[in-house]
Design a protein around this ligand. Structure first.
Ligand SMILES: O=c1ccn([C@@H]2O[C@H](COP(=O)(O)OP(=O)(O)O[C@H]3O[C@H](CO)[C@H](O)[C@H](O)[C@H]3O)[C@@H](O)[C@H]2O)c(=O)[nH]1
Length: 324
């Protein structure tokens, strides 16, 4: 990986993944400006050492100038259920906002982009592990907007020589020091199970136990947020003018909902009551990544694949509370 210092704009850098990536960029000697409208992010999550601009990605052109080398783009609405209930803001914000960002980058002559994409672009997988050549058929507006942005970026690379990498995350989890997951409302499995362990929630609802999986519950590929961040730094170096590289990010190992709950019991030492609940609409039975392309093209190897370690870091963050 090139060690040259770059000036980076991190949109959504007050959110979960964005703040962890911003912290890694700073630690690697890069200069960081976070652009975040704080609609879902937290001011206190912006790492010390980063400049902060409170604003919308649609207005990135006001701040972006030729002194920047790269943009890492995380700002987006990301709740699957909400995107089904009210899709229009997802198109306006995720797709419209990125169109404005790409125009601002072109105007300013900023030619490198790393984009936060998702496994939701594939929808119900036709086979696992999921490679980047798998059909893309999102089952909800969230995934559809992220796929539309991937297409938009591809066009920008071909037409205007942008150097871009889209990273398709599977299930991001864990924490990195004071930076962790705190969505409101929380919908993700691991933080919810940890709330039960802390006594803040009575029981975890298991959404479906009749899936065609070994224990009947859904299987997911949980990837540590710090491993994810390292892939972004490598993507920054791997981006090539006129090319759009798409890489899945996961460990290639699946864990069921029951296995996650059991791991939380072991790591925390607390009982975690669970209740059976109906399936959640749109949940694929199994979602596991093939991350071969990321290994080959980015030279990336996850260093924290152990589920207990991922849960332990999330537990530490949940117990200590977020940065103030
Ligand atoms: O209270 C809960 C919450 C979740 N689950 C189950 O736990 C698994 C993981 O659910 P998460 O909500 O934590 O994660 P998803 O796999 O649904 O979501 C991930 O994949 C989505 C696309 O499918 C989006 O990309 C999303 O941002 C990303 O976190 C699923 O089988 C879900 O049904 C429960 O049983 N009970």
């Amino acid at each position: 990986m090139s060690e040259s210092s770059r000036k980076c704009l991190v949109t959504g850098g007050a959110g979960y993944v964005g703040s962890v990536v911003a912290a890694h960029l700073l630690a690697a000697g890069h200069t960081v400006t976070v652009l975040d409208d704080l609609s879902t992010g937290h001011r206190a999550a912006v790492p010390e050492g980063a400049a902060f601009v409170e604003g919308r990605v649609q207005d990135a052109g006001r701040w972006l100038d030729s002194s920047y080398d790269a943009v890492l783009h995380f700002a987006a609405f990301s709740q699957v259920g909400q995107s089904v209930a009210d899709p229009e803001p997802y198109w306006r914000n995720n797709v419209g906002g990125t169109a404005d960002l790409l125009a601002a980058m072109r105007d300013a002559g900023v030619r490198t982009l790393v984009f936060s994409s998702t496994a939701a672009t594939y929808g119900e997988p036709v086979g696992v592990p999921v490679t980047e050549d798998a059909p893309t058929a999102p089952t909800n507006p969230y995934g559809a907007t992220k796929l539309a942005v991937d297409h938009m970026i591809g066009g920008e690379c071909a037409a205007h020589g942008l150097a871009a990498v889209s990273l398709r995350y599977f299930n991001v989890a864990g924490a990195y020091g004071p930076y962790g997951e705190r969505h409101a409302p929380e919908t993700h499995l691991i933080p919810l199970v940890l709330q039960v362990a802390r006594g803040e929630r009575e029981a975890i609802a298991v959404y479906g136990d009749d899936y065609p999986t070994p224990d009947g519950t859904c299987v997911r590929d949980y990837i540590h947020v710090a491993d994810l961040a390292e892939a972004h730094l490598r993507a920054l170096s791997a981006a090539r003018d006129g090319e759009h590289l798409i890489c899945n990010l996961g460990n290639g190992n699946g864990f069921s909902v029951h296995e996650v709950i059991e791991t939380v019991r072991k790591v925390t030492g607390h009982p975690v009551p669970q209740i059976a609940a109906p399936r959640r609409a749109g949940d694929p039975a199994v979602l596991v990544a093939s991350a071969e392309r990321a290994r080959e093209t980015l030279g990336w190897t996850p260093r924290r694949p152990d589920l207990a370690g991922i849960v332990a870091d999330a537990w530490e963050f949940a117990r200590r509370g977020p940065e103030q």
